[in-house]
Design a protein around this ligand. Structure first.
Ligand code: ADP
Ligand code: MG
Length: 238
């Protein structure tokens, strides 16, 4: 079953058409990576799926339900941003629990979910620390933890590693792969890093100028790029 379906998505800011008709069906449990150059509309497309932007035209469905009229918190999604600002005055535990507290989830259930996520992410020992006492990678894990505790149907990640140094980016890449292997939840991941896309994706979606140039498994795009743009984007070393 398709988990996320985009049908004819268009979005214009001012006089600039940023998304020019995007059609895509993402399968249950798939890890899909959106790649493309800066400004091609990756974040806008993710924000449309999340409900942080409204599409001008087109339909977004999640789990078989059209969600255009629903706000972000009613879509069964959780999103992790590039700047994963944690609340500095709160502990890791409080940061992770905060969204659930707002949603009036019971305390025992919050504790259970926070502990399960902390175990998944290997941050149990840091639960009582403040963000400033954590490394960049640990902070990123807390941001992911905040998303995991919501038990979403779909995770949305917008360049979650771009603020980390190169060595840590490589390590975190494997952690994302492990996370997906364990949770098996549908993940939509945006990056402009071809290596990240090739490593993580079940399927890569190449965006260029607000349209999808090609969709396929990493090796399929690598071996059979349909356009020069895809060939240069997927094949070129970073
Ligand atoms: P990407 O994430 O691929 O770098 P974005 O989706 O952020 O690209 O942006 C695509 C284009 O839309 C850019 O030209 C950007 O300036 C423009 N844009 C994005 N958000 C807004 C906005 N809220 N208002 C006006 N223009 C925007
Ligand atoms: Mg972006």
């Amino acid at each position: 079953m398709a988990d996320v379906v985009l049908a004819g998505i268009r979005k214009t800011f001012g006089t600039t058409e940023v998304l020019k008709g995007v059609d895509l069906a993402i399968g249950d449990g798939e890890f899909v990576v959106f790649v493309g150059p800066s400004g091609c509309g990756k974040s806008t497309l993710l924000r449309v799926i999340a409900g942080l932007e409204d599409a001008d035209v087109g339909e977004v469905s999640i789990k078989g339900r059209v969600v255009n009229a629903l706000g972000p918190s009613d879509r069964g999604i959780a999103m992790v941003f590039q700047s994963y600002a944690l609340y500095p005055h709160m502990s890791v535990r409080q940061n992770m629990a905060f969204g659930l507290t707002l949603a009036k989830t019971g305390k025992a259930e919050i504790d259970r979910r926070v502990m399960a996520a902390a175990e998944t992410l290997n941050i149990v020992d840091y639960l009582d620390r403040k963000p400033k006492a954590l490394s960049g990678g640990q902070r990123q894990r807390v941001a992911i933890g905040r998303a995991i505790v919501r038990e979403p149907d779909v995770f949305l990640f917008d360049e979650p590693l771009s603020n980390l140094d190169a060595a840590l980016r490589v390590r975190m890449r494997y952690e994302f792969a492990n996370l997906h292997g364990r949770l098996k939840t549908t993940m939509i991941y945006v990056t402009h890093d071809q290596v990240e896309a090739m490593t993580l994706a079940d399927r890569i979606v190449v965006l260029n100028g607000g349209v999808i140039e090609q969709v396929g498994a990493p090796m399929e795009l690598y071996e059979h790029p349909r356009t020069r743009f895809v060939a240069e984007f997927i094949g070129s070393p970073k």
